[in-house]
Design a protein around this ligand. Structure first.
Ligand SMILES: [Zn+2]
Ligand SMILES: [Zn+2]
Length: 110
């Protein structure tokens, strides 16, 4: 917990320090790569939209008691941690693998 808070503070500091720089670079980059950026953001929006819908459906199912969120990670068995539902396929919103945050992060990093 303490580490996480530290991490967050460092990130905020870094952002503050680099704010001007980032936006300038970013703007310049966007100006030069208009097409590319717009197709990325379209894709991102589409993916993100599917993910949002899937998460909403999943949470509704949990609220209604259709699905139970387990209290342990299905990969490493960690309990006492936050368990996330990982979607293999966003078109099957209720088809999830329950993972702790670290297993979930690893899966997405792979
Ligand atoms: Zn795990
Ligand atoms: Zn996931």
């Amino acid at each position: 917990m303490i580490n996480k808070e530290k991490e967050r503070q460092t990130r905020i500091k870094w952002k503050k320090k680099n704010r001007g720089k980032i936006t300038l670079q970013d703007r310049e980059y966007r100006r030069r790569n208009k097409e590319k950026v717009s197709s990325w953001s379209k894709n991102w929006k589409k993916n993100n939209h599917d993910a949002t819908i899937a998460h909403q459906a999943l949470h509704r199912a949990i609220d209604y008691g259709l699905i139970q969120r387990p209290d342990a990670c299905s990969k490493c068995g960690a309990s006492d941690v936050l368990i996330d539902g990982h979607h293999e396929d966003y078109s099957k919103p209720l088809d999830v693998e329950w993972l702790c945050t670290s297993c979930h992060r690893l899966l997405h990093a792979a």
